[in-house]
Design a protein. Sequence first.
Length: 188
Amino acid sequence: MKGIGVLLMAAAVVTIVAMPAAAQANLLENPGFEAEGYDGANSTAGWDVWLGERLDEFQRTGSWSLHGWGFDGDGDGGGWQTISVTPGSKVHFTGYLMSPSEGGFHKSPLAGGAEAFLEIEWFQGDTKLSSIKSDILRGESDWALYSAAGTAPSGIDSVRFVAKIQSIPGSSGDVYFDDLKVKVIEVY
């Protein structure tokens, strides 16, 4: 009996030692854009927004989503949040994107067009060092889950999570972002 107790205690110690990381809950503020909370012309509770708006026209859950659009010109749109992160941390960014049939992204007949995706941007101070993109949404689409994941490189001190739209001349259409989620697993 004593041997079984020692064996169970050893298994518990191995289990604790084998867990080199701790995951955190969703780190994004207002991930479904439910809180209005404007604190500037281009922001909504927790999000810096450009060429976009909090809108209740289409939503995956709740009553609101982030709406952005492609336009006839070069440029980007969307929203972002920045958090501190330790180099070596595992980062996972997910969210739902949708482009309705009546306003789906349309490509220029010349080349390219509008596209939407999630992006993880690694920063050292104000300098962007690198990034990781999810798959890209082009054309019309029902709500679909997109994700980007990676390990924070050495030298970074923060990470920016971006719900992004890129467009070129001749682009048009709408995209909606909802139910965004970020998990960071700190590796010890």
